[in-house]
Write a protein that binds this ligand. Structure first.
Ligand SMILES: [Fe+2]
Ligand SMILES: [Fe+2]
Length: 231
């Protein structure tokens, strides 16, 4: 779901003790699949932990902007899960789809030469993809390597190399957008990013995520998802 379809909940002028009750009330009034965007003047991490305690398995937490003055977090209501416990596959595949959606909206803006709007739309994509890469490199890959004994030369080795390639293309697009360049060079880089990312995500979804889910028990994989949400 794009940010435009969501409710913006700016709590900066709400007295602190009323903030969390208001946020939970707004979240509870959402339909499944809908989301709200929380805007605040500090990192709302304690709220994430409260969501994990009080609405386990019921929400997605996606930072769109992280300071230094404004924090914006998209909080989505998941379809009713049969189990409060999350799996790596459901969590990270959802995030792949979310990022694909933001990237498609960004490309539409580039194609219609909306220079400023496309630069603004690129920011949450870049932030979200770099966060996704950190979740994998800092938490998922070490767990996979430990459980399977596959390190150098294994699947995570290849995934890390591809992450470096992805980060290089992200930096190139950022540079082009800063220079207020024409659409064509941006679209060429974007095409390259799409081709690397599509293949990369498929490999993760077919091998890495299901293998790690299988290697971990129900509780450990839910724990890992909670840690990834906090990155
Ligand atoms: Fe990855
Ligand atoms: Fe991924």
């Amino acid at each position: 779901m794009s940010v435009k379809d969501t409710d913006l909940l700016d709590v900066r002028n709400i007295v602190p003790r009323d903030r969390h009750p208001l946020i939970f009330k707004t979240f509870d009034s959402l339909q499944q699949g809908e989301s709200l965007v929380l805007m605040n003047d500090h990192d709302p991490r304690p709220l994430l932990y409260q969501f994990q305690m009080e609405r386990p398995g019921r929400f997605e937490w996606s930072p769109l902007e992280q300071g230094p003055e404004i924090w914006r977090i998209e909080i989505a209501k998941r379809a009713e899960a049969q189990n409060d416990k999350r799996t790596i596959a459901d969590y990270l595949e959802w995030d792949h789809d979310r990022l694909d959606g933001i990237f498609a909206a960004f490309l539409n803006l580039v194609r219609s030469s909306e220079t400023r709007a496309s630069a603004e739309a690129f920011h949450p994509f870049r932030l979200g993809l770099l966060r996704h890469i950190r979740m994998e490199e800092e938490l998922l890959f070490p767990t996979f390597e430990e459980k399977t004994g596959m390190g150098d030369g294994g699947p995570t080795y290849v995934m890390r190399l591809e992450h470096d390639q992805i980060k290089g293309t992200l930096a190139a697009i950022t540079g082009l957008l800063d220079g207020e360049t024409q659409a064509d060079p941006v679209l060429r880089q974007a095409e390259q990013l799409t081709s690397v990312l599509t293949d990369h995500n498929n490999k993760e979804e077919q091998i890495l995520y299901p293998w790690t889910d299988q290697a971990l028990g129900e509780t450990s994989r839910d724990e890992l998802v909670r840690k990834m949400q906090a990155i």
